[in-house]
Structure formats: structure tokens, C-alpha cells
Design a protein around this ligand. Structure first.
Ligand code: CP3
Length: 335
């Protein structure tokens, strides 16, 4: 019995569609906040297999989603290569910026496997406990990870975007290093039990077309090809957020099995046989009530004729009442 999410990723249309949410494990859940507090810090939570597995499974126990997404973070790759990383209380990640060849030379891809061993142990624990839910592994796509590595924090990533023009050699080397690191990361998760993987390129939409081709599409194509060569049949979901008119071309050029749609995307602009995931506005989920009901109906109607995985257009916001998520599950599965 193939799991519903995997059937859709192979091109089947299911009614109702399988359902999971980006950031389904997180601060909107009191049980997550309790486990996070017991772990000490966010990195400790990611690197303690039993706790990472526990928070991964919490939203499945509460809501019965069709997928578990590994609880981890895209910034564990730069951390594992040796870049200093902290998550301050309520202020997001901070990294010691890498902006030149010397900074790049100090990073070590060979360290990554050992330092991320607890993540793969978490994957093994989760894989043993998912039942009919599929287990999704993930990594940040090279450009989005580069944004945090170069700027050192979230924001408008002006350092990163300027450096891509000013020092194209450095930038290409950084993207190449991250491409290799991402392949190793995702291969490790698949070997440990991930049944599909997702590539998060949250900031892809910041790039103009020429740089989008070089730093978003080309790396995603390489990562997808490398994974398919080693793990035929394991689907890849690409999520180049805010790619706009470039999304359909990205899907074709990269060879991914599905694309994540951000809240701006109209599925009618995408090829009819392309598997799509998304794209309810996280703010409609936060608002709840009649708006939520209407918007769930709108997303279902817009995707009814094609293979679709119900999700948000971006992650669950921490202010979201858990009852709204329960209501969403009811609405999506109502016949
Ligand atoms: O989706 C899931 O439930 C799986 C877990 C997951 C996390 N981060 C946990 C997390 C996933 C898939 C990510 C991906 C990630 N991390 C992205 C890409 C997707 C996106 O949301 O755009 C990015 C850009 C990051 C980097 C990152 N990690 C940021 C910007 C932050 C701070 C955000 C915030 O809400 O404070 C983090 C920390 C982080 N990663 C949290 C979680 C649940 C919050 C940490 C906490 O408990 O304080």
C-alpha cells in the first residue's frame, strides 16, 4: 500500500488530496514549546535525536497529517562545515559572515557527515513511527543558505545580492560547495529513511533571471540529477519561493517531481501534468473562520483537476491557534 503523498508525487490525483503543512512542528504548538524548553536551545533540539523525533511526530499525533517533515534546519549545513551559528531567543539565526575566499577555505565539507549524524539518527527514529504518513527530508537550496551565510542574518540580503555581482567567482564557488553539501545531506537522509525530499529556496525570488538560472535552477538541476542517479524513484519537491513566471521553467529544467507554490502562484499558469503543492495563505489560517473556509475551497477548486498536495504557501505562523489547524484538516478532508 503506497502512502497517499507518494502516490501523488508519482503523478496520481487523489480526492481529498494528501495534506501537510510547512513548519507544522513549531512554536504555535504548546507541546513543541515544552519540548524545546526541555532541550535547552534550538540547535540542541535539532541535534538530540529523540527530541527531534518527538517534535516531528507531535503534529501527526494531533492532526493526522499525511506527511512528517524531519525537524531540523537548513542552517545545519553551514554550521556542520564550521560556520559559527546561534539562534537567539526570538531574533532568528545569526552566523559569522563568510564573504571571501579565505572564509570559504575555512569551511570543511568533510566535517559534515560526522556533525550531522544525530540528524540521520532522528530520521531513523521517525521512519519507524510514521505509519501511513510519508517521511519528508529536506535541505535549504544553495542560494537561500548562501543568503544567511553571507549576510549573517535574515533581512533583505543586500550583501549577498551585491556580492553575487561583485565577485562572481567567489559566489560560484560558494554555490558549488553548497550544492555538494546539499547532495550529501539529502542522500544521508534518504539512506536513513526519508521517502521524499524537499529543497527550500525561500529567497529565490530576489534574483533577476540571469542569476536565477545560475544560482537557483542550475544547482537544483544538479542536486535532483545526483539524487535520482543514486536513489531512483525517490521524489524531489522544489520550492523556489516567489519565482513567479520562472516557476514553470524551473520545474522543467530541474527535473523535480513537484513544485511548492507560494501564496502568489496561480496553478493555472503551470503545466497541467505538473504535481503541485500549496498554497493556502498562512494568514488565512491564522485568521480562521469564514475566510479560512472560503480560501480552502478556492485552493481546492484551483487544483481539483491535477495532482495536488495540500499545504500552505509558506510556513505556519507562530501566532496561529492550533484549533484553526484542526479546522483546516476537517475542511480539506470534508466530502
Ligand atoms: O517545516 C517543518 O516543520 C520542519 C522544520 C523546519 C525548520 N526550519 C524548523 C525551524 C524547516 C523545513 C526549516 C527550514 C528553514 N529554516 C527555512 C526555509 C523555509 C522557510 O521557512 O522559509 C529557513 C529560511 C530557515 C532558517 C531559519 N531557521 C530561520 C529564518 C529561523 C527563524 C524563524 C523563526 O520563526 O524564528 C529558523 C529557526 C527555526 N527553524 C524554527 C523552527 C521551528 C524556530 C525556532 C524556535 O523554536 O525558536
Amino acid at each position: 500500500m503506497t502512502k497517499p503523498l507518494l502516490r501523488v508525487l508519482r503523478g496520481e490525483r487523489l480526492d481529498p488530496p494528501p495534506l501537510w503543512l510547512m513548519r507544522q512542528a513549531g512554536r504555535y504548538l504548546p507541546e513543541y514549546r515544552a519540548t524545546r524548553a526541555s532541550a535547552g536551545g534550538f540547535l540542541e533540539l535539532c541535534l538530540t535525536p529523540a527530541l527531534a523525533a518527538e517534535v516531528t511526530l507531535q503534529p501527526l499525533q494531533r492532526f493526522g497529517f499525511d506527511a512528517a517533515i524531519l525537524f531540523s534546519d537548513i542552517l545545519l549545513l553551514p554550521w556542520a562545515m564550521g560556520q559559527n551559528l546561534t539562534y537567539g531567543e526570538g531574533e532568528g539565526p545569526r552566523l559569522a559572515p563568510v564573504r571571501d575566499a579565505a572564509g570559504l577555505a575555512a569551511l570543511r565539507l568533510e566535517r559534515v557527515a560526522e556533525r550531522t549524524a544525530p540528524v540521520r539518527e532522528a530520521v531513523r527514529l521517525i521512519a519507524a513511527a510514521t505509519g501511513d504518513a510519508a517521511l519528508i527530508g529536506f535541505a535549504g537550496a544553495p542560494f537561500t543558505v548562501a543568503c544567511y551565510m553571507v549576510d549573517g542574518r535574515g533581512g533583505d540580503f543586500l550583501e549577498t545580492r551585491t556580492l553575487a555581482w561583485r565577485d562572481p567567482g567567489f559566489f560560484a564557488d560558494l554555490i558549488a560547495l553548497l550544492t555538494e553539501g546539499t547532495i550529501a545531506t539529502l542522500a544521508g537522509q534518504i539512506e536513513a529513511g526519508a521517502e521524499a525530499v524537499m529543497l527550500f529556496d525561500t529567497w529565490a525570488g530576489l534574483l533577476p533571471p540571469s542569476l536565477f538560472a545560475a544560482h537557483v535552477t542550475a544547482p537544483a538541476q544538479r542536486i535532483t540529477a545526483a539524487l535520482h542517479a543514486r536513489f531512483p524513484g525517490v521524489p524531489v519537491i522544489g520550492f523556489p519561493r516567489l519565482a513567479g513566471a520562472s516557476l514553470a521553467a524551473y520545474a522543467r529544467a530541474t527535473g523535480v517531481q513537484a513544485v511548492g507554490m507560494d501564496t502568489q502562484t496561480d496553478p493555472a499558469t503551470l503545466p497541467a501534468d505538473l504535481v503541485v503543492q500549496g498554497n493556502l495563505d498562512p494568514l488565512a489560517l491564522l485568521a480562521g473562520g469564514a475566510a479560512l473556509e472560503r480560501e480552502v475551497g478556492a485552493v481546492r477548486a484551483a487544483t481539483a483537476a491535477r495532482p495536488h498536495i495540500f499545504n500552505l504557501g509558506h510556513g505556519v505562523l507562530k501566532e496561529t491557534p492550533p484549533e484553526h489547524v484542526a479546522r483546516l484538516v476537517e475542511l480539506v478532508r470534508r466530502r
